[in-house]
Design a protein around this ligand. Structure first.
Ligand SMILES: Nc1nc2c(ncn2[C@@H]2O[C@H](COP(=O)(O)OP(=O)(O)OP(=O)(O)O)[C@@H](O)[C@H]2O)c(=O)[nH]1
Ligand SMILES: [Mg+2]
Length: 119
């Protein structure tokens, strides 16, 4: 069996992109903090790389406008890029459709950097 050197893979991929899904308050952010070995809150960026005020995101989650395309990054470990999907349990069809669209687009993205590597 061929082995892939983790360092080579890291070089090729550049950023390892992960989608995390789970109901509100499930412990998603906590798991991501553990993965990145940090207790920091993540920084959030839109698809154009513009930083988003975390308070704005929080209030928009409450309004149900959470954007799956936003990127969450922990400063201590910027190789991991996280996408947070939440809100299906509230019965939001839109959230669910957005998630499916996101996965089908990013699962096949030709740019390795854009592609989702794990869910
Ligand atoms: N007992 C216990 N509590 C946990 C565990 N993981 C997280 N928590 C707690 O559960 C609460 C929610 O954790 P978060 O990581 O913020 O959950 P989340 O899924 O990101 O929440 P939202 O972003 O609001 O949907 C926090 O108070 C955590 O400290 C766990 O494994 N066991
Ligand atoms: Mg969270």
């Amino acid at each position: 069996m061929a082995t892939i050197d983790a360092q080579d893979l890291k070089q090729r991929i550049g950023r390892f992109r992960v989608l995390i899904m789970g109901r509100a308050n499930a412990g998603k952010t906590t798991i991501l903090q553990k993965v990145c070995n940090t207790t920091d809150q993540p920084e959030i960026y839109d698809t154009n790389g513009n930083k988003i005020d975390a308070d704005i995101v929080k209030s928009s989650i409450k309004r149900g406008n959470h954007d799956i395309t936003n990127e969450m990054i922990f400063k201590s470990n910027p190789i991991f890029v996280f996408h947070d999907s939440c809100g299906f349990e509230a019965g939001s069809e839109d959230e669910f459709e957005n998630m499916k669209k996101f996965i089908s687009e990013r699962g096949h993205a030709t740019e390795l950097q854009e592609r989702i590597h794990a869910i």
